[in-house]
Design a protein around this ligand. Structure first.
Ligand code: SF4
Ligand code: SF4
Length: 357
C-alpha cells in the first residue's frame, strides 16, 4: 500500500462560473450599482460600462421535465442561452441588451409563467419537497405553497409591500421551514400511536429512545414482545420519533394541524436576527386548498401592508407596534396556547428573576 494520501474525489457542485452569462463573469465583483426598473426586472451596471438585465420568473417549485425543457428553451431562444435558479425556486434570465427584455417577458408570459418576485413583493413561497422524498412529512407542503401562491399572485407580480416578504412552509414539525417573515408549519397535537406488533421488527429501539428530545420514550415489553412506551405527559408531539420508527405513527387527519409563525429574519446591516413567534395554532390541515390557513396569511399581509412604514420588514413592524397591537390589527385571538409553558424550559431558559450572565 502506498504511503501517499489518496487524492480526494471531487463530488461537490461544479464550478458555477462556467454556467454564468459572459457579462456576469467579466464583471464579477465589479458592479457599480443596480436598480429596479419594473417589477420582476433588475438592471446591473458594471464599472466597465457593461449592463445586464435580469428577468425573474416564478415556477411551481417542483418542476416536471416538460416545464424544465420549456424554461430552458425560452433561455436558448430569448436570453442568450443562460438560465439561473434562485433558492426560492425562481428562474432568472439574463440579457445584456435592453431591447431583448420586452420580447423575453412576452415569451415567458405567453407560456403562462409569471414575472415578478423582486424588491418589495411577496417572494415565491419556499418549502422543502418532503412529500416526495423525505421520511417524516406530516403534510403536503407543496400543496400549501401552490394554493397560497394562487391567491397571492398579484403580490408576487407587483411591489406593493412595505418591504420584501419571505414566506416558508414545512411538511414536518421539526426541521425545515423556519426561515421566513411568515411560516406555515405542521403542528401535531397528539402523541404518537404505537403499533406494538411492528416495533420489534422495524425499529432499533435504542435509536428511537435517543431520538426523543424530552426523554419521553422508554423501552417496554408489550404482550410479551419488546416494544416502546411514551410518557404522554412529557411528550411535546414533535414527531421526531416517527422517522426512525414508522410504527410510532403521529400523522393524523384530524389532529395534525397547521400553525402560523411570524417575524423571523436573519441578521442584516440594520438589525439582529429574530426568531419567529407563534400567532395562530390549531388551523385545520385542509387540502386541497387550505382556505383557513390562506385566509390567516392574507389577513396578516393586509395588516402589514396597511400599517407598516416603508422598508420595515414584518419583524421591524411588530417590534415598533408591539405584540398586543399586532393581535389587535390582525384580529387573531391570543390564547393560552401562545404561552410557552413547557416545564423543561426551566433547564434551558432563564426562569429566575436573578440577573445572570
Ligand atoms: S420539513 Fe420535514 S418532512 Fe419536509 S423535507 Fe424538511 S425534514 Fe423532511
Ligand atoms: S413525538 Fe417527540 S416528544 Fe413525543 S415521544 Fe416522539 S420524539 Fe418524543
Amino acid at each position: 500500500m502506498s504511503d501517499k494520501p489518496r487524492s480526494p474525489i471531487e463530488s461537490g457542485c461544479p464550478d458555477g462560473f462556467q454556467y454564468m452569462h459572459p457579462v456576469m463573469r467579466k464583471n464579477y465583483g465589479a458592479w457599480k450599482f443596480h436598480e429596479h426598473p419594473q417589477p420582476g426586472v433588475l438592471r446591473h451596471v458594471g464599472y466597465s460600462g457593461d449592463e445586464i438585465w435580469t428577468v425573474r420568473v416564478g415556477t411551481q417549485r417542483i418542476l416536471d421535465v416538460f416545464s424544465l425543457r420549456e424554461l430552458c428553451d425560452l433561455g436558448d431562444e430569448y436570453a442568450d442561452g443562460y438560465i439561473h435558479f434562485t433558492i426560492r425556486s425562481n428562474v432568472e434570465y439574463m440579457v445584456s441588451d435592453p431591447a431583448k427584455v420586452e420580447p423575453l417577458i412576452k415569451a415567458i408570459t405567453d407560456k403562462g409563467y409569471i414575472v415578478g418576485g423582486t424588491k418589495n413583493s411577496v417572494a415565491m413561497l419556499s418549502h422543502t419537497q418532503g412529500w416526495l422524498h423525505c421520511d417524516i412529512p406530516g403534510t403536503d407542503a407543496s400543496g400549501v405553497v401552490k394554493s397560497m401562491m394562487d391567491e397571492l399572485i398579484d403580490e408576487f407580480r407587483e411591489c406593493n409591500m412595505p418591504n420584501r416578504v419571505h414566506i416558508t412552509t414545512s411538511c414536518c414539525q421539526i426541521n425545515c421551514g423556519g426561515q421566513g417573515d411568515i411560516a406555515i408549519n405542521i403542528q401535531h397535537t397528539k402523541p404518537p400511536k404505537i403499533n406494538h406488533d411492528l416495533v420489534s421488527n422495524v425499529c432499533e429501539r435504542p435509536s428511537v429512545v435517543a431520538r426523543c428530545p424530552v426523554a419521553a420514550i422508554r423501552p417496554a415489553m408489550v404482550n410479551g414482545k419488546p416494544s416502546l412506551e411514551v410518557d404522554e405527559k412529557k411528550c411535546i408531539c414533535c414527531g421526531a420519533c416517527f422517522p426512525p420508527c414508522p410504527p410510532m405513527q403521529i400523522n393524523d387527519a384530524e389532529h395534525s394541524k397547521l400553525a402560523v409563525w411570524v417575524g423571523g429574519n436573519h441578521s442584516n446591516a440594520r438589525s439582529k436576527p429574530t426568531f419567529q413567534k407563534l400567532v395562530a395554532a390549531g388551523i385545520p390541515n385542509n387540502p386541497p386548498r387550505w382556505p383557513e390557513a390562506t385566509a390567516i396569511v392574507k389577513n396578516i399581509l393586509n395588516a402589514y401592508k396597511n400599517d407598516a412604514k416603508d422598508w420595515e420588514r414584518i419583524n421591524d413592524w411588530i417590534e415598533r407596534i408591539g405584540w398586543p397591537r399586532f393581535f389587535e390589527v390582525t384580529n387573531l385571538p391570543f390564547t393560552k396556547y401562545h404561552i410557552d409553558n413547557w416545564r423543561g424550559a426551566r433547564n434551558s431558559l432563564n426562569a429566575s428573576t436573578h440577573i445572570r450572565f
